[in-house]
Design a protein around this ligand. Structure first.
Ligand SMILES: [Zn+2]
Length: 234
């Protein structure tokens, strides 16, 4: 099946790179995307990096993953967005957007008629997250933030969704797996859960780290996730 997001299209067995415009009201930004459409059918997996500025590991790991995935070898569709919140990432701001001072990971699924960050969140849900079979959001400790690697997921009360969240979280392979007891709040994975989409938060690295070894650690985790979901064989 053709994978279409906005004006970007990838036929089965093909990889497409490009940018799509997101109208944030006061400005329009370009969101980079890589669509990897497998030769065989399977789940649609959406991976975002750069939801926050100053968190480089997810940006680097998704970019490398996009280069490494071979569409003819995968089952399903992988949608990779290395820079999900361009104003914050390119503005070099920690946690908040320079446009309005809002932390996007508190306002998902956003509001298409709201302020710039609300619109950015709504754009990401409308174009990427809606229709996903699994959603993985990548974060890191910013330059002022000590952090041990961990995976976060939510319990929702939906037995089937909870089992998928938990399995996805443990497939990452990190020692620390933390769950919240409700799907409430504006975090990306919680908001995705409320739409019935299995989703996790993955935190890798700290203190603004962008060391290649840390990127490799996350890249390995992403491969384990894709293997767990049946997208790649090993
Ligand atoms: Zn973050």
């Amino acid at each position: 099946m053709t994978l279409t997001i906005g004006t970007l299209r990838a036929e089965p067995g093909r990889k497409t790179r490009g940018v799509l415009p997101a109208d944030l009201g006061t400005t329009t930004v370009e969101v980079p995307l890589i669509l990897v459409n497998g030769a065989r059918p399977g789940p649609r997996v959406v991976i975002t990096g750069g939801v926050h500025g100053g968190e480089f590991i997810g940006v680097d790991a998704t970019t490398r993953l996009a280069g490494l995935l071979e569409p003819e070898e995968i089952a399903g569709q992988v949608v990779i967005c290395p820079v999900a919140n361009p104003p914050a990432v390119y503005g070099g701001r920690l946690n908040i957007s320079p446009l309005d001072g809002v932390n996007i990971n508190r306002v998902f699924p956003g509001d298409r008629d709201g302020g710039p960050t609300d619109r950015m969140a709504a754009w990401l849900f409308e174009h990427l997250v809606d229709g996903a079979d699994a959603y993985v959001d990548l974060h890191s400790g910013g330059i002022d933030q000590h952090l041990l690697d961990f995976v976060g997921y939510r319990r929702t009360g939906d037995t089937e969704l909870d089992a998928k969240n938990k399995a996805l979280a443990h497939a990452v392979g990190y020692e620390r797996v933390i769950f919240g007891t409700s799907p409430e709040g504006g975090n990306s994975h919680a908001a995705a859960n409320r739409q019935g989409i299995p989703a996790i938060l993955v935190e890798t690295g700290q203190l603004g780290d962008r060391h290649p070894d840390t990127v490799r650690r996350l890249l390995d985790a992403l491969h384990r996730i894709l293997h767990h979901l049946g997208v790649i064989e090993a």
